[in-house]
Ligand binder design. Structure first.
Ligand code: PMV
Length: 334
């Protein structure tokens, strides 16, 4: 049995930072993101004698996997089996699998490559379950066990990751609006392709050492509500205010935790300043947000797209990805 799945990154509007349980990647607070249609990840899995991983980049060139990355994938597979056992859906699951990943997403620079990879694997693992297919909620939980943000690709459009009680399955996604409800663009500016030294897995585990963390957690329910309202009423100004407030707040927490994580670079700050100037003079519907890297996501409405693209293309030494609101992770026939 060979199974193939596709997925893509998502960009958080209300960020997930910090866990209440690191082992199971149960988030300390809720979060909300927009699923992107590009770049894409494809994973093929097959039952095998022993666990193995092969990974290829967007040019089809094989990328050797670090030991850390193989261990993370192996752990995700073990947690997947454990979760499926707890919900009595593990009948007929193979002991081991071989995984082949084709990823168009550069890793570790703030384009949610792990969300794309783990949501893709979640979709493929779900198809190993015999009898009834897993629900989207269960696929979302499987994604979360590999990367918290990976829970937010089991639906398309705008998806919240929400906490519900205790236990391994106690945080999962919920669709807030479909991709067809509000089409937004994400012009992604990558000023630096160097992989970050400390990734989000280690970063989440140390988030609570920041003196600003408790206040951040206190603010999240209000921000979630405002973000949901903004999306449901297509109020771009409200969306911009709340998502920029949250992104900057997350980076303040990162920068004050121990050890401090400074993901934003001089280029990031310059792009933010320039886009703030441009939008105040040109009345543009554009917002900026950054995940764990110097990469700036410029999210804009259709009517502001041409100007935002021209702004992006005028940036020196930046790689640009052009994405828009996308659909859920899904299986592909082979
Ligand atoms: O899902 P992880 O462990 O890759 O963490 C994602 C963290 C951020 O990208 C910074 C925020 C988010 O909500 O996606």
């Amino acid at each position: 049995m060979i199974i193939r799945a596709h997925s893509s990154p998502n960009i958080a509007l209300i960020k997930y930072w910090g866990n209440r349980n690191n082992e199971w990647r149960l988030p300390a607070a809720d979060s909300l993101s927009m699923v992107l249609d590009f770049p894409t990840v494809r994973a093929t899995i097959e039952p095998a004698e022993k666990f193995s991983v092969q990974s290829y980049d967007h040019n089809g060139i094989e990328k050797p996997q670090s030991e850390t990355s193989i261990k993370r994938l192996q752990k995700h597979w073990a947690l997947t089996k454990e979760f499926l056992h707890t919900i009595e859906r593990d009948e007929g699951l193979p002991e081991n699998i071989s995984i082949v990943i084709h990823s168009g997403v550069p890793p570790a620079i703030g384009i949610a490559s792990s969300a794309a990879v783990f949501s893709c694997l979640a979709e493929a693992y779900g198809a190993l379950v015999q009898s009834n297919p897993l629900s989207q909620k269960e696929i979302s939980i499987l994604g979360r066990l590999g990367a918290g943000s990976g829970a937010r690709n089991a639906w398309g459009g705008y998806v919240a990751l929400e906490n519900h009680g205790e236990g391994m399955g106690s945080a999962y996604g919920r669709q807030i609006a479909r991709e067809t409800d509000w089409l937004l663009h994400d012009i992604i500016l990558v000023p630096d392709q160097k992989e970050k030294k400390i990734g989000s897995t280690e970063g989440h585990a140390m988030a609570s050492t920041s003196r600003l963390f408790t206040e951040r957690i206190r603010q999240i329910p209000r921000r979630m509500q405002e973000c949901i309202n903004a999306l449901q009423t297509k109020d771009f100004e409200k969306l911009r205010n709340i998502s920029e407030e949250d992104a900057l707040d997350m980076h303040r927490v990162m920068e004050t935790q121990n050890p401090p994580l400074r993901y934003l670079s001089d280029a990031t700050h310059r792009i933010i300043r320039d886009i703030e100037n441009l939008r105040s003079s040109d009345k543009l519907n554009v917002l900026y947000t950054m995940d764990a890297g110097p990469t700036v996501h410029l999210i804009c409405t259709e009517d502001s797209l041409t100007t935002v693209e021209a702004f992006a293309e005028a940036q020196k030494d930046c790689i640009i990805f052009k994405a828009k609101t996308g659909g859920a992770s899904h299986l592909k026939n082979i």
